[in-house]
Design a protein around this ligand. Structure first.
Ligand code: CA
Length: 229
C-alpha cells in the first residue's frame, strides 16, 4: 500500500484529502505544521508528499527543497494562490506537480495515482544499474564502457578498455602476457604477447599518475601483470 504524507495546516482540507485518498486505498499521514511535516518527511519513507505552500513554522518551499536534497519521492505542491504556483515553478525546487486550491479531491487522487505510477516506472528502469568498478581514483563503467581517472574521463580503444576491465575485474591476480593475450584477443588476431605490453603501456599512460611507479597495474617481473587492489 502506498503511503502518503500530507503537510497541510488547514485541518478541514487535510481531512478531506486524507478521506479521499484512504477511500482509494492509500495509507495517509497528516502533519499540520511545517516543522513536523519536514521531520516526518525526512524521517520516514513515504511514497508521495502533498505539500501545502503556506505553513506555520517551515513553509512548503523549504520542505520541498530539503526533501529533494535527500529523496526522489514525488512531491505535489498545493497553494491557494495561482501566483505562488508560478513562483514555485520558477524556483525549480524539484516538485513534480502543482495544484491550486480549491481543487476537487478526485483530481488530487488522479494526480497522486499518475505520479506514483510514473515513479514506479522510474524506479523499475533504474534497477538494472550499470556495472561499475571503482578502485581508488579509478572508475570503470563496464556497461557504458567509460573510464574516469580522478573524476576526469579518459578515452580508451576497445582492446585497451577490455584489458583494463579484465585486470581490474580480477584484482590481485597475476596474469601472464600469454593468458592476457588469449583472454582479450581472439585466436585469429594478428599479434603476440608484445601487443599486450604495448597496450599495458598505453593504459598506464592514461590511468597512472607516475608510469614508472604504477599504482594500478603492477609488473610482476618474469611473470606478467597484476591489478593492485
Ligand atoms: Ca496553508
Amino acid at each position: 500500500m502506498s503511503k502518503i504524507l500530507i503537510v497541510e495546516d488547514e485541518e478541514a482540507i487535510a481531512d478531506l484529502e486524507k478521506d479521499y485518498l484512504e477511500i482509494n486505498g492509500f495509507e495517509v499521514e497528516v502533519a499540520n505544521d511545517g516543522k513536523q511535516g519536514l521531520e516526518r518527511a525526512l524521517a520516514e519513507d513515504f511514497d508521495l508528499f502533498i505539500l501545502d505552500l503556506m505553513l506555520p513554522g517551515v513553509d512548503g518551499f523549504e520542505i520541498c527543497r530539503q526533501v529533494r536534497d535527500e529523496k526522489n519521492t514525488p512531491i505535489i505542491m498545493v497553494s491557494a494562490k495561482k501566483d505562488d504556483i508560478d513562483k514555485i515553478r520558477g524556483l525549480g525546487l524539484g516538485a513534480d506537480d502543482y495544484m491550486t486550491k480549491p481543487f476537487s479531491p478526485s483530481e488530487l487522487v488522479a494526480r497522486v495515482k499518475a505520479h506514483l505510477a510514473r515513479y514506479e516506472r522510474l524506479i523499475g528502469s533504474t534497477i538494472e544499474e550499470n556495472k561499475v568498478i571503482e578502485i581508488r581514483g579509478l572508475k570503470i563503467d563496464t556497461t557504458a564502457r567509460r573510464v574516469w581517472v580522478n573524476g576526469e574521463e579518459k578515452s580508451f580503444t576497445t582492446k585497451e578498455f577490455d584489458l583494463l576491465t579484465f585486470l581490474a575485474g580480477h584484482p590481485n591476480h597475476v596474469y601472464t602476457k600469454d593468458e592476457l593475450f588469449s583472454e582479450i584477443w581472439d585466436m585469429e588476431s594478428i599479434g603476440d604477447i608484445a601487443t599486450v605490453t604495448v597496450h599495458i603501456k598505453k593504459i598506464r599512460e592514461k590511468v597512472e599518475y607516475d608510469t614508472s611507479n604504477p599504482q594500478y597495474i603492477e609488473t610482476i617481473w618474469g611473470v606478467g601483470y597484476r591489478f593492485k587492489m
